[in-house]
Design a protein around this ligand. Structure first.
Ligand code: PMP
Length: 338
């Protein structure tokens, strides 16, 4: 038994019950561990779908170049697809992203352009603008544009949603996921709500992002936009993949609460996951504490793996420098004594 290429191993990730972290909360809390995908993140699912849909539509031809603005995980998925199918890859990234993410993309043969984080999306230096300019300049190039490319949501409608429905034996009552492009939460929720219209979808947003306010007021409020650190979720634009009718409510989570919960997931549950996983769990549990009943089942998406955050949330010095960790770690304290 073997797979014809690494891209055939995408999907069918496990659901795991949360233990200690979910103690005292009514209902069953399950996490879907997306680092089991070959690129170690949920984004493999939509990356391969965008590439294959583009091939079918004649937008991506043999020998072509894939160009995308990515926080790293989509890039990894696209790079794997490009390796398997023989395309060149160029990525633009904001400079707040982990160095590990840049290094990993280069390791799998991609070209990476690092762009400033704190400029407006329409600024020519932003990673959105640089990606679209490269696309204009390079012949036979394809710009998937994960924000507005609906293959993104469709990938989750076709894979993540059905997997969760089957794995929970139709018992899921609540679904929670961080919102970046919106593909994961909207595609998955659409499938789940078609099976059972009562399923509640909870979006996790960051402070400094526009989603929660937009859902509540219908207004795009510039005052909501300010820099934050959590990677992969929250936006200063409204991507087409965010269908607000698919998200029932939003919970905002701070960088600090997300970072501390990420470390707890690793140490208390053995789930060595990324920073937005801490955000998703913190926000989802806040909602669950208030709203879940004993018979309810909530599924939370954990988008990626911890290796990409070793120099950040898993680093005591970095955590202390950001005011996220007041206590000396056990390891450091022991070192000082000896
Ligand atoms: N977490 C991480 C680490 C991500 O890379 C992304 C993708 N931007 C998300 C969460 C959010 O997923 P989506 O884009 O499908 O909303």
């Amino acid at each position: 038994m073997y797979y014809n290429s690494i891209i055939e191993t995408i999907g069918d990730t496990p659901l795991v019950k949360l233990g200690k972290i979910a103690e005292g909360i009514k209902g069953t809390i399950l996490v879907k561990v997306e680092y089991f995908n070959p690129g170690n993140s949920v984004k493999d699912r939509m990356a391969i779908k965008m590439v294959e849909d583009a091939e079918k539509a004649g937008l991506l031809k043999p020998g072509g170049t894939i160009i995308e603005g990515t926080s790293g995980n989509t890039g990894m998925g696209l790079a794997l697809a490009a390796c398997a199918k023989g395309y060149r890859c160029i990525f633009t990234m904001a400079d707040k992203q982990s160095q590990e993410k840049i290094d990993i993309l280069r390791a799998v043969g991609a070209e990476v352009h690092v762009c400033p984080t704190n400029v407006a999306p329409e600024d020519p230096r932003s990673y959105y603008s640089v990606a679209s300019k490269l696309n204009e300049e390079i012949p036979n190039s394809f710009y998937p544009n994960q924000y507005d490319n609906m293959s993104n949501s469709v990938a989750h409608y076709e894979t993540t949603g059905p997997e969760i429905w089957k794995q929970t034996e139709h018992k899921i009552t609540h679904f929670a996921a961080g919102v970046g492009t919106g593909g994961t939460i909207c595609g998955t929720s659409k499938y789940l709500k078609e099976q059972n219209a009562n399923i509640v979808s909870v979006g996790i947003d960051t402070y400094g992002s526009v989603f929660k306010k937009y859902k509540e007021t219908g207004e795009f409020d510039e005052n909501e936009i300010y820099p934050y650190l959590t990677e992969g979720i929250g936006e200063d634009i409204l991507p087409k993949n965010v269908d607000f009718s698919m998200i029932d409510t939003f919970v905002k989570v701070t960088d600090k609460d997300s970072a501390i919960m990420t470390r707890r997931l690793a140490r208390e549950e053995g789930l060595f996951v990324g920073w937005s996983c801490g955000a998703a769990v913190y926000g989802a549990l806040e909602y669950a504490r208030e709203n879940l009943k004993e018979e309810d089942t909530m599924v939370i998406i954990l988008p990626d793996h911890g290796t990409r955050y070793l120099a950040k949330v898993y680093n005591d010095e970095w955590m202390r420098a950001h005011g996220f960790l007041e206590e000396r770690s056990f390891a450091t304290a022991r070192h000082i004594v000896s």
